[in-house]
Design a protein around this ligand. Structure first.
Ligand code: BEZ
Length: 219
């Protein structure tokens, strides 16, 4: 069963968080949101990940992106753990809510279950799942890492930049793209349309096939 993934609508669940109870759709509003899960409170990889996200919070805010963490502890455990995270991050505050899911119900609804990892009592734990949701409440990007592999927060920022670029222009981002680098024109855009859409011009790679599908521009 594939579970929640790109193209799906985020379920409008009521969640209890370190910043109070709310419905997920109310939290999203008209903005971009990253919902990301952690296998457990007071675990080493999770602490390093959350410390880095805390340090990068302003960079997400600059992009109009709100953050929403999730771990299986209860609120009291989360609040105690946050003290460790803020200490490890050198004082960067955890300003975003962290969902409490002690009964492991929300992780099932949000496709955030690690199939292999169990906690000390044999219960299932969350994977390192991450969904990027836009104001239409749809999942625009989804990743799943196992509990043992920490995510790369620079990569998460990069894909947010790429997503926002491709929403605003009929383009796609090529391999290893970084902000400021050329993008490729969407294959569904004809050359005549491209001339109108991209008055700044574009260049076409010469390829053995003679086909002119690899077109670079700057937006
Ligand atoms: C961790 O966060 O360090 C972790 C959690 C579960 C399994 C492995 C690592």
């Amino acid at each position: 069963m594939p579970g929640l993934t790109i193209g799906d609508t985020l379920p409008n669940l009521e969640v209890e968080t370190t910043c109070g109870k709310f419905m997920l759709h109310d939290f999203v509003g008209q903005e971009w949101v990253i919902i990301f899960s952690h296998p457990g409170d007071f675990t080493p990889v999770c602490t390093t990940e959350l410390a880095k996200v805390a340090a990068y919070t302003e960079r997400f805010e600059e992009r109009g992106v709100k953050l929403l963490g999730l771990s299986c502890g209860d609120i009291q455990s989360h609040n105690n753990w946050i003290k460790d995270i803020e200490s490890y991050s050198g004082g960067c505050k955890v300003k975003f809510p962290i969902i409490a899911d002690p009964k492991r119900e929300i992780i099932k609804e949000l496709n955030m279950v690690d199939p292999d990892e169990k906690d000390a009592t044999g219960k299932q734990v969350p994977s390192r799942a991450l969904h990027v949701v836009s104001g239409d409440k749809k999942i625009k990007l989804s990743i799943q890492y196992p509990a043992t592999i920490g995510r790369n927060v620079d990569e998460i920022l990069r894909v947010v930049d790429a997503l926002q670029k491709t929403v605003n222009h009929k383009v796609a981002t090529p391999v290893n793209w970084k902000p400021g680098e050329p993008v490729v024109i969407h294959p569904g855009v004809s050359n005549n349309q491209a001339k109108e859409m991209f008055p700044q011009g574009y260049s076409t790679a010469e390829l053995p096939s003679g086909n002119d599908y690899l077109r670079f521009t700057n937006v």
